[in-house]
Each structure stands twice: as C-alpha cells, then as structure tokens.
Design a protein around this ligand. Structure first.
Ligand SMILES: [Zn+2]
Ligand SMILES: [Zn+2]
Length: 228
C-alpha cells in the first residue's frame, strides 16, 4: 500500500544563520504545529544548526546550506560539507554534487532577494527549482515566473518557507513521495517526485523581517563608527 507523501519545508534558517532568529527548540515546535514531517535546515555558511538538530530531534532533518553563488542562491540539500560562497552557479552545483547533495535554485525570480542573474543550461546540471518561496517579493509574480522558468528548463519543482523567524515555518512546503530518510528524500527530489505548495508570509511577518535586517545594518554601522 502506498503511503501518503511527506510534507517537508525544504528551506528553513535557524539562529546559526547570521540572518535568522529561530532556535532549534522553536523550529521543532513550529514544525510539529504546522504538521510537517520534515525540515531542510539551509543556513548560510554553517551546518551547525542542521547537525545539532539531527542529533536532538525525532523530526526528519535534511542537512543543507543556502549557498550565495555569484549569480544567485543555490540550496545544497542532504550535504554535510561546507560549500564556499562566491563561486559561479555551475561550480557551486558541482561542489554540491561532489558532496553527495541535491542542488536546488532558490527564489530565481525574486526582486528584493538575490534572484538568478545567469542563464541556466543543461550543462549547469541543476537538479530542481524552488518555485514557491514564502519570503519572495512580489510573491505572486515571483512564483509565476519561477514556475515558468522551471517548466522551460524541465526540472523538478520544490517549495519552502525560507523562514527566518519561527512562525514562518511551514508557510510553504513540498509534498515528497519518499520514505522519511534524507537520502530517500534527496533521490525523490532528483526524480521530480515533488509537489510544491504554499503561500506568502504575512505583511506583519515581512515587516518584522525588515525591522530585523535594518537593526542589524544599524548595529554594524554603529559598531564600525560609521555615521548613517
Ligand atoms: Zn536566498
Ligand atoms: Zn534562505
């Protein structure tokens, strides 16, 4: 008998990422509250949160990174090796593959995030495209363009909240036909056994994010004694 697909948020940040506040305890609480079967922890430049969570939680955890490549952001899913930022998209994808992971292009059409600034060809060897990202703005246009892009390049589609605060977790998620094991989930994404789902974060959540970023920028400028 076929089991129901897993409901997984494939793009979540924790407080180990320099731009997010979510503790591991909050992450587990909200994942359960939103009825998720699993989470991909995709912090910037660190696997610390993901690896700690794997040890502590019953939840299916996919360790990953959001890598800031030169011409866009790439999610490396199911990896336990750091991938350096500021490489080309193709080099980034190659390094994710060398680490045994799945390479997913994040928010390719978002405007106020780093959208894709390079042509993707079959030689890029990308595995999937994130077509729904709850933080992308403007949400409906960015989602529409991302779906069109994924269809043009004929690649599997994923969705994730890109949560930077705990309450945003699960706002978007991917239904994955797989067993609750990160290797099996990675293989299912490669094969396209995925159905993206979800919506935008609320305006209140968006305002909270913006206030958090502005405070960080202000603190950075203040601590370096720059006048703003
Ligand atoms: Zn990003
Ligand atoms: Zn992100």
């Amino acid at each position: 008998m076929k089991t129901a697909p897993l409901k997984i948020d494939l793009h979540v940040h924790t407080q180990y990422s320099e731009d997010a506040t979510t503790t591991l305890k909050e992450l587990v609480h909200y994942a359960e509250k939103k009825g998720l079967d699993g989470i991909a922890v995709t912090d910037h430049n660190t696997l610390q949160g993901a690896l700690k969570l794997i040890k502590r939680s019953q939840l299916t955890v996919i360790p990953g990174l959001e890598v800031e490549a030169l011409a866009g952001h790439v999610l490396g899913l199911n990896i336990k090796t750091l991938i350096p930022p500021k490489l080309s998209i193709t080099e980034t994808i190659q390094k994710i593959h060398d680490a045994g992971g799945v390479a997913v292009l994040a928010h390719p059409a978002a405007i106020l995030k780093t959208g894709l600034r390079q042509r993707i060809t079959s030689e890029s060897n990308l595995d999937a495209v994130e077509v729904i990202n709850s933080g992308a703005f403007p949400f409906f246009l960015s989602t529409y363009l991302s779906y069109r892009f994924a269809e043009r390049v004929k690649l599997p589609q994923t969705a994730g909240s890109d949560a930077h605060h705990a309450a945003e977790i699960g706002t978007a998620f991917t239904l994955v036909d797989a067993d609750p094991d990160s290797n099996d989930i990675a293989e299912a994404i490669r094969k396209g056994a995925t159905t993206p789902n979800g919506k935008s974060i609320t305006w209140t959540q968006r305002t909270k994010r913006d206030a958090f970023y502005l405070t960080k920028i202000y603190k950075r400028c203040y601590s370096s004694k720059l006048s703003i």
